[in-house]
Design a protein around this ligand. Sequence first.
Ligand code: 5AD
Ligand code: SF4
Length: 444
Amino acid sequence: MKKNNKIFIETYGCQMNFSDSEIVASILTNDGYELIPNVLEADIIFINTCSIRENAEDRVRKRLYYFKSLKKKNPKLVIGLLGCMADRTRLALVEEEQLLDLVAGPDSYRHLPDLIRQISKEIPAIDTILSTDETYADISPVRIDSNGISAFISIMRGCENYCSYCVVPFTRGKERSRDAASIIEETKDLFEKGYREVTLLGQNVNSYRWTNEEGTINFAQLLELIAEVNSRIRIRFATSHPKDISDELLYTIARHDNLCKAIHLPVQSGSDHILGLMNRKYTRKQYMERIEAIRRILPNCAISTDIISGFCEETEADHQDTLSLMEWVGYDAAYMFKYSERPQTLAAETLKDNVPTGIKDQRLQEIIQLQQKLSLERNKLEIGKTVQVLIEGRSKRSEDHYFGRTIQNKVVVFSKTIAQPGDLIKVKILSVTSATMIGETVES
Ligand code: 5AD
Ligand code: SF4
């Protein structure tokens, strides 16, 4: 064991970032470090950051000032910044604000042990170079805060879609897929350790492509191979881009009971004018055609989305187009955001962020209110049905209740039975809110 080896990792941002923190944990524990849950006992603090919206960056900055205050008691404390903020903010955070001893970008995690050794010589250690082929395929993640039932598997990295609002192509670099065999091995390993659900992650999983001597595997084929690892493990995935979600993929999902009937299909806006400015590469009509395909091939599938309010040049009519499309689709759930201009992006360089904050807020509120109504309507359709639930653990609100999820990714709360987390159980839905369903177990 090393001296000063206690590491605390705090993560912000998307599921991909949480998955990255598990890769970081693996690299460091293999090098003799110990991962600890209490920041006050740490020798090294890593903060894995997100740049997607300005407020995500603001939160990180606040935390860094708090971490710096801990140095008064422990002058040897090392503070490192990982992830999407690494490249853009390193100058300000390292030189001007002197908050950091180490900075590592998303493709530099293998170098962390070396970088930590460098700082012991009192030089801030920085590596933010993006790679074209790093996928961490051979690294077996150390699960953090795991419930032992569900886990993330990262299947590709980077993004080359260049949506005009989005910073990800700049923070995470070129798109690259991970070796299919290593993904299947990781799934098998998780199953053997008792996991019963995996979520395959990538910025745009539909463009997954892996080629070796035997040929090329696309995302639908990968999904089928993973579904066949064991019928008792559920498979989810995120995120799909509407421009390339294929019928082949939908038919594959239909063929396997353990492939989840839940598709996250970010629409961002319902207006063709705004979709064009966003460089989304589909029209409202094309998006609707994809939703129709999902409803036709997977009639019982839940659909969720991401929506941005107040993008550049958005008029009231554009906003109404978004609301009407939401109604038409009847989303089960949505992540809803106010547009925030990000440096380097096409929108920052070529468009005016000209919707006043008050209007962005007001439109966002209307979007959120509508979505609550839609979620409730969709959940009401489940009342009286008996559904299969994967038990994840004890309900946060009550010791006597479990919670779990349906194959559609809906949360269900019900009284504890002899069944255990990780078991599949039949539950009859009795009542619902827009966020949760309440049920009772049914003898099978
Ligand atoms: N402003 C607001 N929301 C954004 N998103 C991405 N970039 C921005 C931005 N600059 C949202 C999109 C995306 C989700 C992950 O975050 O809706 O799908
Ligand atoms: Fe994830 Fe994007 Fe945030 Fe990076 S910027 S952590 S890719 S959401």
